[in-house]
Design a protein around this ligand. Structure first.
Ligand SMILES: NC(=O)C1=CN([C@@H]2O[C@H](COP(=O)(O)OP(=O)(O)OC[C@H]3O[C@@H](n4cnc5c(N)ncnc54)[C@H](O)[C@@H]3O)[C@@H](O)[C@H]2O)C=CC1
Ligand SMILES: CC(C)CC(=O)C(=O)O
Length: 325
């Protein structure tokens, strides 16, 4: 059966790391049909529209989508695309790799981030010259969907999960989130503990090994996973999967990195590991494991891009991964 994979490279280093991941997928010789689609700052400049309807429709109907990164139009592109695939959870693994200089080499955790609401679904208003406001949205149903996914996610390999929240201040919104997630876990016989997200930021820096799976609201998941990227060696290493009931979109956690775009030195690892998550999602478990271990071997033995202290190009690293497959 042929799978249609929509590929959206986007802007900046998205144009460099996305083709690298597609080259790795092509090297596996699976029955994939790649359909490239536009989105981002460059398209917006040309057409006035950062996310063409055609791109949205392709993502909404494809078996899976691989997304690179966009620039200033990120909120106008990636949020609707997550909605197009019906994604209610953003899975963000953050782990250190042998051979990579990491602040906390013992880090190996996974964020399960709520992916539809919080401040991302909020409405901002400028009420007066002095006052602006933001309405934050939390629903029992979205918290329940995330919690049910989390219970399923931990069922084989983990004892339970940690709920990170700030319900001591946001009593209604994060209170509803925390209570709903804890209730669903209890219904499913899954153990949980909880931590205030500000305290989590300290604990994860001092002792990341105490955390395995962390379930959190949308913005907290975004910020805390970037923090975890800092513990393991940088944003070039963090992949993610936006999963919905019927389809999914895979993307590195990083953005378009204008400071290095065009130099051909972006680390492709985050996007290639995202592609491995795509393979696993489509049921190609052996191929996913092969890609992951080729990435791991390359991170350990080189070549490495400058963000990891090396001097190799994106292309060199990608070719080394393909050679190891
Ligand atoms: N999902 C998306 O498309 C996202 C887009 N953005 C957009 O990206 C643009 C730049 O945002 P920043 O805050 O600078 O975040 P960024 O993630 O693009 O870059 C932060 C830092 O990490 C480095 N970095 C990121 N990915 C790397 C890689 N693969 N290899 C080596 N180094 C890497 C960059 O060089 C930079 O120093 C903004 O316009 C922002 O809106 C930001 C986050 C997510
Ligand atoms: C700019 C944002 C919409 C992208 C981002 O950082 C995220 O939510 O993952």
């Amino acid at each position: 059966m042929t799978h249609e994979i929509v590929v959206i490279p986007g802007d900046g280093i998205g144009q460099e790391v996305t083709p690298a991941a597609v080259d790795v997928l092509r090297a596996l010789d699976l029955e994939f049909e790649f359909v490239e689609a536009d989105a981002g700052d460059a398209v917006a400049e040309e057409t006035g529209e950062p996310l063409p309807q055609e791109t949205y429709d392709l993502a909404a109907t494809a078996d899976a989508t691989l997304f690179g990164a966009v620039g200033e139009t990120a909120a106008d592109v990636i949020l609707p695309l997550r909605e197009a695939v019906g994604s209610f959870v953003n899975i963000r693994p953050a782990k250190a790799y042998p051979g990579v200089d990491a602040l906390r080499p013992e880090t190996d955790l996974v964020f399960l981030r709520e992916n539809t609401e919080g401040v991302y679904a909020g409405h901002e208003d400028r009420l007066t010259q002095d006052v602006s406001t933001l309405t934050r949205v939390v629903t029992e149903s979205a918290s329940r969907d995330l919690a049910e996914f989390a219970c399923d996610y931990v069922s084989d390999d983990y004892d339970g999960f940690t709920i990170a929240h700030k319900a001591n201040v946001m009593r209604e919104t994060d209170g509803l989130f925390r209570d709903t997630v804890a209730e669903v876990a209890e219904e499913n016989g899954v153990e949980t503990d909880e931590v205030l997200m500000d305290a989590f930021a300290t604990h994860v820096c001092l002792d990341p090994a105490q955390f395995e799976v962390v379930v959190c609201p949308n913005l907290a998941g975004d910020v805390l996973s970037d923090l975890a990227a800092g513990l393991v060696g940088g944003l070039g290493l963090l992949p993610s999967a936006n999963v919905g009931p019927e389809r999914a979109l895979f993307e590195p956690v990083h953005g378009s990195a204008p400071d290095i775009a065009g130099e051909g030195v972006a680390n492709p690892a985050a996007t290639i590991i995202s592609a491995a998550m795509l393979l696993e999602y489509l049921g190609y478990d052996d191929e996913a494991a092969a890609v992951e271990s080729a990435v791991e071997a390359t991170l350990e033995e080189g070549p490495r891009t400058p963000d990891l202290g090396g001097d190799a190009s994106t292309e060199d690293v990608t070719q080394a991964i393909i050679d190891r497959l």
